[in-house]
Write a protein that binds this ligand. Structure first.
Ligand code: ZN
Length: 287
């Protein structure tokens, strides 16, 4: 396993971690101040400053991207299918412009929550089938741009509203069905927050192997968790054995960034430079 204690060259910042402290350009400038070499920006943050300006800021700062957040939210009723498809195609185009290595897919839960206004449904089986069809369709477009897609399984608590792909196994099964030749076009983004509880996680990481492991996200699970969406912990403040999970992905040959992604009302109130300093310190000691 790589030694992270001596520097933070493999730290990437998911820019949602400090989304309330500044716009994307300000976040990029802060990363430069702190010697952070990579980011994973969100589409809304890019849209706020403009795609061209965002791409220029990334280039000028010499930053890598560890992903682009996010594509997906595939589940909808029939009236919104074209909108969903086109929205995801735009995400591919933006990722290409920004120089992202992959698009992170949060696949959607039930249609009325993924794409508000859709006819309500309780049919999670259909939702999962729809997700798979939509990923296949998006892959056709993404392949022409040589943009890999990374399915992020989300904790089952999000099955209703955000993602009905909830385990590493489920995500890898989709990869095996849609990309059996392991072309690199489809893989997974593993986020410790979503996978740490899963008794099968280590065996599934072994099954994934390097060509499926496109991204690795870290934060921590606080006990008790006050808000399932926006009460994620700073690494070291919760109960996730982060090093064991990193050891497992690196044993498969993963050699990419360790991306810090913390949605937290508490951390969003802290000054930007304080948050980044803490991220760097915890990356060295806990990740
Ligand atoms: Zn994540």
């Amino acid at each position: 396993m790589r030694d992270f204690s001596v520097d933070h060259r493999w730290l990437s910042l998911n820019t949602a971690t400090v989304r309330k402290q500044g716009d994307l350009v300000e976040i990029i400038e802060a990363c430069a101040r702190h010697g952070i070499r990579a980011i994973d920006p969100w589409r809304d943050q890019v849209a706020t400053v403009g795609l061209e300006r965002a791409a220029r800021a990334v280039r000028d700062a010499g930053l890598d991207l560890s992903g682009y957040c996010r594509g997906g939210m595939f589940t909808s009723d029939a009236t919104r299918r074209t909108e969903v498809r086109d929205d995801n195609r735009r995400a591919v185009d933006e990722a290409k412009t920004l120089g992202a290595p992959c698009i992170v897919l949060v696949v959607g839960g039930l249609p009325q929550y993924s794409r508000p206004g859709s006819t309500p449904s309780k049919d999670i089986v259909s939702a999962r089938a729809q997700v798979e069809d939509a990923i296949a369709e998006m892959m056709d477009y993404a392949k022409t741009a040589k943009m890999p897609l990374a399915i992020e399984p989300l904790h089952p608590a999000y099955a209703g509203d955000r993602a009905c792909v909830n385990t590493t196994k489920q995500a890898l099964d989709i990869c095996d069905r849609l990309d059996p030749a392991r072309t690199g076009a489809l893989g997974v983004a593993l986020d410790v927050y979503h996978i740490w509880w899963d008794p099968e996680v280590l065996s599934q990481i072994s099954r994934a192997s390097k060509d499926r492991l496109l991204a690795f996200h870290v934060c921590d699970w606080l006990v008790p968790t006050k808000d399932i969406l926006n009460d994620r912990g700073m690494m070291g403040d919760g109960v996730i054995d982060i090093k064991s999970l990193r050891r497992a992905v690196e044993a498969q040959g993963f050699s990419g960034y360790s991306e810090i992604e913390i949605f937290s009302e508490a951390w969003w109130t802290r000054p930007l430079d304080d948050v980044l300093r803490t991220c760097i310190e915890r990356h060295r000691t806990v990740v």
